[in-house]
Design a protein around this ligand. Structure first.
Ligand code: GDP
Length: 449
């Protein structure tokens, strides 16, 4: 995601982190690099200007010059200002989807054709069902492309939300009003209205969506924009922002090989909060927008905060504490513990999504991970350990040739695989021993060498 901007900025970050002192001249140099990186990523010129000005003011102030680690202080400033530009000053409440109205809450989606409105209608619907336990109805007012109505029907079924049928020979407003009436009578919490888009801004489309807005009184009018489009996103955002009282933005295709400019510009240009991001074509690829994490990703610092959250959610704290105690007391680390560790890894869910959150340099080293393959590996490992007797799990050294053959047959794997697992276990145990003796620092050194 946002690859080229991330790569460029991380290069700048690396250079300045290595500087012992921050002077006026190397700050200027660094700012020039940041400026080029942003412009190349198609960030709108006014946004770049504003960002550079703010970074410069802070960087030349005492915050950096007086700091013991000026390079890091400077990175901190860039991170903070970047966060600010993409929405750091919006409160979580402002970024929250507003549903506080007499039901049904009408959510109007507007944007150019291909921006991802229909897909987003499905993603948003699914999110409302799963996260908010809402009863959701979706309707398409795109009478110009019959395929669009069909597409929403399909997507709605996948999202587990209801679909209100419409005909291409009807007027968009008539369709929407019928759907709203139906939603009221059938006690829906939310009505999602998908609208027609054009390839470029066009007056008829603008008037149509504006008419829908005026008559339906949506609680949210969301501008759906493709993160892969560059400077154009600015003009589109401006046009939609002037015609419609937008309440928020949904940024789609944040997964793609986008230059990321739009991500940084739309919030600035419209003054409206980015509320969600779309990551991938699947309906599950939908997340709340977190400005700080996004700024970190752009800078190649990795989404450490959310990675830590994921780990915290998945790991059973009590078990982890018991485990830590065991290590501290010097108790032996056995295959039972190993299995426990693997089970916790499995709880973390998708491996590739975890890797994505690591800082760029680690993620690159890890390469692309095939989730299906990784899960299969975890299951096989569990299968092998399950085929062992409790005594074997506690004292793996007793596992010799005949036991290996029995375990392999039980788990339906080859003897080599049993050997491989025992080897991995030994490595893990060595690591645990090192942790006991030298603490984390020693272990990190071992990783590096
Ligand atoms: P609409 O014309 O605005 O309704 O756009 P669609 O919902 O039909 O989306 C256009 C294309 O973009 C489709 O091929 C979608 O599968 C794809 N798409 C939508 N959202 C995302 C996303 O977040 N990531 C990726 N990779 N593709 C997306």
């Amino acid at each position: 995601m946002l690859d080229s901007l991330t790569q460029r900025l991380s290069k700048v970050v690396k250079t300045i982190t290595g500087q012992a002192r921050i002077t006026e001249s190397n700050t200027q140099e660094m700012l020039r690099e940041v400026r080029i990186a942003l412009l190349e990523a198609d960030v709108a010129i006014p946004v770049v200007r504003d960002l550079i000005k703010r970074i410069k003011e802070k960087a030349l102030g005492e915050e950096v010059v007086g700091s013991l680690t000026p390079g890091q202080a400077l990175v901190g400033i860039v991170h903070k200002e970047l966060t600010e530009v993409i929405g750091g000053s919006d409160t979580p409440q402002q970024r929250e989807l507003n549903l506080a109205t007499q039901p049904p809450a009408v959510l109007l989606l507007a944007g150019l054709q291909g921006a991802g409105k229909t897909t987003t209608a499905g993603k948003l619907g699914r999110w409302l069902v799963k996260e908010k336990k809402k009863k959701v109805l979706a309707v398409s007012t795109d009478v110009y492309r019959p395929a669009a109505i069909e597409q929403l029907k399909t997507v709605s079924a996948q999202a587990d939300i209801d679909f209100f049928p419409s005909q291409p020979n009807e007027k968009p407003l008539d369709i929407a009003e019928r759907a709203l009436d139906y939603a009221k009578r059938h006690f829906y919490d939310v009505l999602i209205v998908d609208t027609a888009g054009r390839l470029a801004i066009d007056e008829q489309m603008m008037n149509e969506v504006s008419e829908l807005e005026k008559n339906l009184h949506p609680i949210e009018t969301l501008f759906v924009v493709d993160a892969m489009v560059g400077q154009d996103a600015i003009n589109t955002a401006k046009a939609f922002g002037e015609k419609l009282p937008l309440t928020g933005i949904i940024l789609t295709k944040v997964d793609g090989d986008s230059r990321g400019g739009a991500a940084l510009s739309v919030r600035f240009v419209t003054g409206k909060p980015i509320k969600f991001i779309g990551v991938g074509e699947k309906l599950t690829g939908f997340q709340r927008f977190e400005p700080e994490a996004m700024a970190g990703r752009i800078l190649g610092m990795g989404d450490i905060v959310s990675l830590v959250e994921d780990v915290k959610n998945a790991v059973d704290v009590q078990k982890a504490q018991k485990f830590a105690e065991k290590i501290k007391k010097g108790d032996a680390f056995d295959l039972e513990d190993f299995k426990e560790q693997i089970a916790q890894v499995k709880n973390l869910g998708s491996f590739s999504s975890l890797i994505e959150k690591l800082p760029a340099q680690f993620a690159q080293a890890a390469g692309s991970i095939d989730d299906a393959q990784a899960n299969k590996m975890v299951s096989r490992t569990e299968g092998i350990i399950n085929s062992m007797t409790p005594k074997e799990r506690r004292k793996p050294e007793i596992i010799k040739a005949s036991r290996k053959r029995r375990i392999a047959a039980g788990a339906g794997v080859s003897v080599q695989e049993v050997n491989k697992l025992l080897k991995q276990f030994e490595q893990s145990r060595d690591m645990m021993k090192m942790m006991k003796k030298g603490g984390m620092a020693k272990m990190m050194r071992a990783f590096k060498s």
